[in-house]
Design a protein around this ligand. Structure first.
Ligand code: XLS
Ligand code: NI
Ligand code: NI
Length: 437
């Protein structure tokens, strides 16, 4: 049985193709910098948006047409949905997918029932992974939808809620390992506060630290070798999320002695909500060797919430891929389309258009970034710009040899600092545009 009978396997037709159901840039076996596009980009489909999204918004219910849905939240429906998902992903030609426990299987009345439901669906996922060769990029636990998490999960004022959340993470670590997942993501969900009059901030942060330590311990105990990733987001649903941005998360991880156990899963729309560009967030994490994976989407700059749109901006994809190439790739991470089709795009075929466009945008971004790197334009400029640190007084400061006294001796003898040179921002922006074709 086919759920997308009108769609054949999406193929690469080249930049001149006018076929909306073909790739113009993503050619999975094309070699860029000695590696296939498929291995550079490691695309993943998000189960929650693509197979559970209904198109609902605060002003109206879901309107997405999904002919395979029977309107129930049964295990049977969940298993049927697995077939839908894998047919979609196979036709699209993505190597990975990602899911939360509650995306794939219905929550039961008790923890035991939820575990049982999940196990039944995981068996179906394992079978389809086996059949298609599609892998799990990461697993995660939904610690935010159930009303139990109204005050947060690990940062809840209710200790039982912490305990329940821990059980979900334990189970999802086992499931992720079972399915050969190569990463595990912690997004803070409702870990934050709405109001400081009712919040013991320090106690909540200590609990979040404890929670992550329990996960690290259990990971080691069961021999799960995937990378742990933390996903910053500054707000929404809470007023202030504790994992607000890369810098704040880094400080948190260091404070709680977790920095060696985590890397980042950075999401474009979360970066913009934090008042940063994704370029900044990616650069910051990468500078410390902690850029692990990417939730590739975008926000609408005129809207102040997490709109999770599919990426289509070539500046953005080229900038992100430039950072990724400069650090030698994402390792076990990938580009997960944590993105949903717009409410107006309610037909199943729109799911294909959305992903094809996003994959092409990143493939094009990858090619642009590789060209920029080949010519070395920014690298050479930056190297030159910091040349004063390579020898003489700069090298003395960097190596820790210089003291305030020695610097004074140096400058008294010299009289004044060397002249500055221009930062050439506009020239560099013009150069970037040269590659954008
Ligand atoms: C929500 C987050 C979420 C995580 C996974 O804003 O992006 O989807 O990626 O829990
Ligand atoms: Ni995300
Ligand atoms: Ni998000």
């Amino acid at each position: 049985m086919s759920f997308f009978p009108e769609v054949k396997k999406i193929s690469y037709e080249g930049p001149d193709s006018r076929n909306p159901l073909a790739f113009r840039h993503y050619n999975e076996n094309e070699i860029v910098e000695g590696k296939s596009m498929k291995d550079h980009l490691r695309f993943a489909v998000s189960y929650w948006h693509t197979f559970r999204g209904t198109g609902n918004d605060p002003f109206g219910p879901g309107c997405a047409v999904r002919p395979w849905e029977d309107g129930t939240d049964s295990v049977e429906m969940a298993i049927k949905r697995v077939s839908v998902a894998f047919e979609f992903m196979e036709k699209l030609g993505v190597p990975f997918y990602c899911f939360h426990d509650r995306d794939v299987a219905p929550e039961g009345k008790t923890l035991a029932e939820s575990h049982k439901n999940l196990d039944a669906v995981v068996a179906a996922l394992a079978k389809e992974q086996q059949r298609t060769g599609i892998h799990l990029l990461w697993g995660t636990a939904n610690l935010f939808s159930n009303p139990r998490y109204v005050h947060g999960a690990s940062t809840s004022c209710n200790a039982d809620v912490f305990a329940y959340a821990a059980c979900q993470v334990k189970k999802m670590l086992e499931v992720t390992k079972q399915l050969g997942g190569v990463n595990y993501v912690f997004w803070g969900g409702r870990e934050g506060y709405m109001n400081l009059y009712n919040t013991n901030l320090r106690r909540e942060l200590d609990h979040l630290g404890r929670f992550l330590h329990l996960a690290v311990d259990y990971k080691k105990k069961i021999g799960f070798t995937g990378q742990f990733l933390i996903e910053p987001k500054p707000k929404e649903p809470t007023t202030h999320q504790y994992d607000s941005d890369t810098a704040a998360c880094m400080a948190f991880l260091r404070t709680y002695n977790l920095a060696n156990d985590f890397k980042f899963n950075l999401e474009t729309n979360h970066a913009t909500l934090a008042g940063h560009t994704m370029f900044h967030e990616a650069m910051y994490a990468s500078a410390y060797g902690m850029l692990g994976s990417i939730d590739a989407n975008r926000g609408d700059l005129l809207l102040g919430w997490d709109t999770d749109q599919f990426p289509s901006d070539l500046y953005l994809t080229a900038q992100v891929m430039w950072v990724v190439l400069n650090q030698g790739g994402l390792g076990s991470g990938g580009l997960n389309f944590d993105a949903k089709v717009r409410r107006e795009s309610f037909e199943p075929i729109d799911l294909f258009h959305a992903h094809i466009g996003a994959m092409d945008s990143f493939a094009q971004g990858l090619k642009i970034a590789a060209e920029i790197r080949k010519d070395g334009v920014f690298k050479d400029f930056i190297q030159q710009r910091y040349a004063s640190w390579d020898s003489g007084i700069g090298a003395e400061i960097e190596s820790g040899k210089a003291t305030l006294e020695s610097l004074e001796t140096y400058m008294l003898a010299k009289g004044n600092s060397n002249a500055n040179t221009s930062g050439r921002q506009e020239m560099l922006e013009n150069i970037f545009n040269r590659y954008l074709r």
